[in-house]
Design a protein around this ligand. Sequence first.
Ligand code: S3P
Length: 435
Amino acid sequence: MPESLPPDASSVIVRPAHAVRGIVRILGDKSISHRYAMLAAIANGTSRFHNFSAARDCASTLNCIAKLGREWRRADDGAIEIDGEGSHLRAPTEPLDCENSGSTMRMLSGILAGQPFTSELIGDDSLSRRPMARIIKPLSEMGASISASDGGRPPLKIQGGTLKAIHYKPEVASAQVKSCVLFAGLFADGETVIDEPIRTRDHGEIALRAFGAEVERKGNASRIVGGQRLRAIEAHVPGDLSSAAFFLCAAALFPGSQITLPGILMNPTRARLLDILVQMGLKVSVAHLEEHQGELVGTIEARGAEWKGTVLAGADTASLIDEIPVLAAIAPYSDGGLEVRDAKELRVKESDRIAAVAANLRKMGAEVEERPDGMRIPGGQRLHGAQLDSFGDHRIAMAFAVAALRAEGDTTIIGADAAGVSYPAFFEELRNITE
Ligand code: S3P
């Protein structure tokens, strides 16, 4: 069972367990919360969001929109209310600090490119190493003037203004880039098209429609006509499936486990995870399917069984990109192991997630083959507890808390507070269901 280890408040000890059982109410989806907050800021009227994500990343977005002249507050019923005043934001008087949040920096840049002022976006050490050329290129083609550090890294200075529509084919499949370009497309003259190499999550398109914009989607191309006005909405943010993944993987470790996760996002561009978990042996059923503002939501029931290996490649790698760290962390316990291909994007996330997973697994005594764009982790291995590093990365901290449940002996995770970037209550909720 995990518990805090004083005096280093950011370390957590995870003890071996024999099952996980119970109900977990997963916090609101991070991807959707970011997009709702940004679109609410440029809509007309006050928007209300129930179950808005408690992630530190989403607080970074709210802090940025406050510096852009938009008021927000938490209402008595817990909803986040944002006062939109139309598409023109106020020029910020200080840099916009995106902290650890690549989503904030990349997607907000699309909106800032359409504003008649200069804004500066900064981030923490991790974000300052992440590639931004992928948004600088399309936004510059649209007419924004953007400067960055060497190699297209933050901080970014964006001089926005009138934009022209583009037809853009990104090299990297990235939903953040797609949303950035579609948001900028709202400020462009004409129809902007983004045609992706692989279909990525479509929360940007769905959220834009919820706020009243017309967005057309054909194959992998999404189109938006500039000049559309957004109107405020009231919405319930579905539970985050990528956060639920840690609990589903914890259940997968023990044949006697049974967990229920109500109100989870079931958007087909994210739910490939469930197919893969089923293929790997988890028993999954989904009930109470509903739709909220165009997003599908359901209750997941999962039971542990025999845990099998698989190969992730191509479109599967792209759609499971946030869940690969936890799938890899528990792969040694599977029958057959895990091979991950086409995943070089993992090297430029909050940490180099291929290197971080390999380093921690090796400390636990596992054999791992690290490759430039993936890894191969043999199955049928026994791991021992160890002192591990989160590498300042929320998904690495949580992935190894799950792996530690089936190790022999205790595991200490240094820098476990990184989990708060997407899931502040993670360790408490894991402890509540661990036996
Ligand atoms: C996200 C898209 C993914 C994902 C990130 C959130 C989003 O990043 O890794 O955690 O909300 O659009 P990329 O779009 O860069 O692949």
